[in-house]
Design a protein around this ligand. Structure first.
Ligand code: ATP
Length: 234
């Protein structure tokens, strides 16, 4: 469903991704782990079209999207749920959700997805008319995920959904991600909590200073001595 070929991405003189190649098959949960500054967020930002690669190719559904505009990439079903939540704090919960579906024509399908979000996160239903800035950190992450659902993703890029959240909220967020997969959404997950990511995903890539150094099904990586030493504190 998604392939990156030899992706080079940077900021000014700084080259961050130095030839990243990876793929995600339809129906999978794939995780990208790596230490701070390895280039995980940069990878997702490039896939969603917000950063132009210097070299390499991004293929989605068999079509080259390397130079396609971000809004068109979303329209095709590749949706990015960014780190730091990035919701509109001065708009209500309902307005945040509606805006995320702004590009969709089928109003009935949008209404169904709004119901779906409220079923997954009943607290957002209760707080529909509240300004998003008044929500707790966990509720804001739920809203960010709700916004991603409203964009009708077939492939969802998730950047650190557990960051700064209490364990119970993290549990809920991951239950919802698992539910989305059951509903047919494919997922590429960046997660600083490597232990969690390696329990949850089917396959993983390890990114170190802008290059993929390991990739395997997660049960194998959980037992890999290099991964255990570097990322699992074992
Ligand atoms: P983290 O877990 O800390 O978010 P990461 O693996 O997601 O790490 P990136 O955020 O992709 O890493 O950052 C990779 C490198 O690119 C870092 O050295 C960072 O300082 C640099 N970088 C990121 N964004 C920018 C930017 N907008 N301008 C300049 N340099 C940047």
């Amino acid at each position: 469903m998604l392939q990156l070929h030899d992706l080079h991405v940077g900021y000014g003189n700084l080259e961050v991704l130095k030839g990243v190649s990876l793929d995600v098959q339809a129906g999978e949960i794939v995780t990208l782990i790596g230490s701070n500054g390895a280039g995980k967020t940069t990878t997702l930002t490039a896939i969603s079209g917000l950063l132009r690669p210097r070299r390499g190719q991004i293929i989605f559904d068999g079509r080259d999207i390397t130079r396609v505009a971000p809004h068109e990439i979303v329209r095709r079903g590749l949706v990015h749920c960014p780190e730091g939540r990035q919701i509109f704090t001065r708009l209500t919960v309902a307005e945040n959700l509606r805006l995320a579906a702004g590009h969709r024509r089928d109003r009935q399908a949008v209404a169904r997805d709004m119901e779906r979000v409220f079923n997954l996160f009943p607290i957002l239903n209760e707080r529909q008319q509240l300004l998003a800035g008044m929500l707790s950190g966990g509720e804001q992450q739920m809203l960010a995920l709700g916004r991603a659902i409203m964009s009708a993703p077939r492939l969802l890029l998730l950047d650190e959904p557990s960051l700064g959240l209490a364990p119970l909220v993290v549990e809920r967020i991951f239950q919802v991600i698992a539910e989305l997969r059951r509903q047919g959404v494919t997922i590429l997950l960046v997660e600083q909590n490597a232990w969690y990511a390696l329990q949850f995903a089917d396959r993983a890539y390890v990114l170190e200073t802008g290059a993929i150094t390991l990739s395997a099904p997660t049960p194998m990586l959980r037992n890999d001595p290099r991964v255990r030493a570097a990322y699992l504190g074992a």
